[in-house]
Write a protein that binds this ligand. Structure first.
Ligand code: PLZ
Length: 459
């Protein structure tokens, strides 16, 4: 089965080099990758694991080339990072030019235009017409840390509310906000204090049923904040508008606007963590756009700079500007090469309508996954938006018992066939799709054919 329409990959994605075809020359991983993996085991901490140890030597559009010359179809984008695709001509040119000019000054010492231009773009593209300011950092976790710093400083309050199934990073403060124990938190505590967790509005598993999820979750959460923390002690509520690592959980319509409004009514900041869902991934610039939710602060990273490390906090000018000069920063934050990549990546998103492309990918994914669901009772739910779609697997649709072993088996079977796939979910039973938006329809269709094969071979 292949996708019905065939859209050629955007021009800048296929500028040179790697053919957009899956090629299997050896088993996966092949001998050269296995050799490299031996070296990895001897040199790299065991704590840093690799999902598919086929060592990459090149990448372009929807293809990753490994050390044995295999060409793998990429359905992961390095966890939602290479949204514009590897080998993007605009990024290569912008980064090469910037490297030749200068690579680093530290913006806090000697400033440069690229940093300012990225902040201008962020202020323009993020939700809301109000005056905004941004600050740049290196990683999603660092952006989240800084959003919390800003929220506490501005409100003079300590309490931060995060959700079940949340993922916000691996630093000590963000681990306190991340929900899942294994592998993230296990024996890494004690964690930062004044972090509180409330249930997520998770329609598929909401005890009262999906139709009651928005209202019941909202009232339960605000009651808990009132009773256990107190609005007057709560600085911010932080939420991923579509949860990423926790299982691509999409809150029901109405939940996010109600929560944002309640926060506004109680002088609590509403922080949207769009590190994974942002920058066209969900079919909008940001997942908040879908229901017109305007956060006070937003964190971004990943897709912003096409693989160069860059992250940001963007927020209301009155909040961001209460911080004293020197209160925010870091040696590398807003590195000029990363900023050049961000400007090129945002230009690509604008020029090639990658929001539209994400929606086309959503239609193809949902159509093909829907057919899988007609065949296999293990597909419990298909959800997500744009090129951020997942299926939750269960052993039985009635009991909704999570099928983590099956999820892992299908993932492995995809890998063996040259398809780079990722799983997620607190219970390890969610299969997620995060292809680069520069993938062409033929590769997307072939990847989904492989998924069907892998599913059939694993059930
Ligand atoms: N907030 C919503 O998705 C990173 C992590 C993978 P960093 N998600 C992928 C892993 O196992 O480490 C993420 C996210 C959301 C924050 C982060 C953290 O971003 O750039 O990894 O620090």
């Amino acid at each position: 089965m292949t996708a019905t329409t065939s859209t050629p990959a955007p021009e800048s994605a296929t500028a040179a080099g790697v053919s957009q075809r899956r090629i299997l020359r050896t088993e996966i991983p092949g001998p050269r990758s296995r050799e490299l993996h031996e070296r990895k085991l001897a040199a790299v901490s065991a704590g840093v694991s690799t999902g598919l140890p086929a060592y990459v030597v090149a990448g372009q559009g929807g293809i990753l080339v490994d050390a044995d010359g295999n060409q793998l179809i990429d359905f992961g984008s390095g966890i939602a990072v290479t949204t514009v695709g590897n080998g993007n001509r605009r990024i290569i040119d912008a980064v090469s030019k910037q490297i030749a000019e200068f690579t680093h000054t530290c913006f806090m010492v000697n400033p440069y235009e690229e940093y300012v231009a990225v902040c201008e773009k962020l202020n323009e593209l993020t939700p809301g017409d109000h005056p905004k300011r941004s600050a740049l950092f290196n990683s999603g976790a660092e952006a989240v840390e800084n959003a919390v710093k800003v929220a506490r400083h501005y409100t003079g309050k300590d309490g931060i509310v995060a959700f079940d199934h949340a993922y916000h990073g691996r630093t000590n403060l963000t681990l306190a906000m991340t929900a899942k124990n294994m592998p993230y938190k296990h024996r890494f505590g004690p964690f930062a204090s004044e972090l509180y967790r409330v249930p997520m509005a998770y329609p598929y598993r909401w005890p009262g049923g999906p139709q009651h999820c928005a209202d019941e979750a909202f009232s339960y959460i605000i009651d808990q904040i009132h009773a256990q923390i107190g609005e007057e002690n709560t600085a911010a509520v932080i939420i991923e508008p579509i949860q990423g690592e926790g299982g691509f959980i999409v809150p029901p319509r109405g939940f996010l606007p109600a929560l944002a409004q309640w926060c506004r009514d109680h002088d609590i900041l509403f922080i949207a963590d769009e590190v994974q869902s942002g920058f066209c991934r969900s079919g909008d610039w940001f997942a908040c756009d879908d229901e017109g939710v305007v956060p006070d602060l937003m964190t971004t990273a990943k897709g912003i700079a096409g693989g160069m490390p860059l992250a940001a906090v963007t927020g209301r000018a009155d909040i961001m500007d209460t911080i004293h000069p020197g209160g925010l920063g870091g040696t590398y934050g807003g590195n000029p090469v990363a900023c050049a990549a961000a400007l090129a990546s945002i230009e690509t998103m604008e020029q090639e309508d990658l929001r539209g492309r994400a929606r086309q990918i959503e239609a193809t994914l949902k159509d093909r996954l829907g057919r899988l669901a007609d065949t296999y009772h293990q597909v419990g739910e298909i959800r997500g938006r744009g090129a951020m779609v997942a299926m939750e697997l269960v052993t039985d649709r009635e009991t909704k018992e999570p099928a983590a072993a099956l999820t892992a088996a299908i993932n492995k079977a995809c890998h063996a066939r040259g398809l780079v796939t990722l799983t997620c979910g607190t219970l390890g039973n969610v299969f997620r799709f995060l292809p680069p938006l520069s993938i062409d329809d033929t590769l997307l269709g072939e990847g989904l054919d492989i998924l069907e094969e892998a599913f059939a071979a694993s059930v």
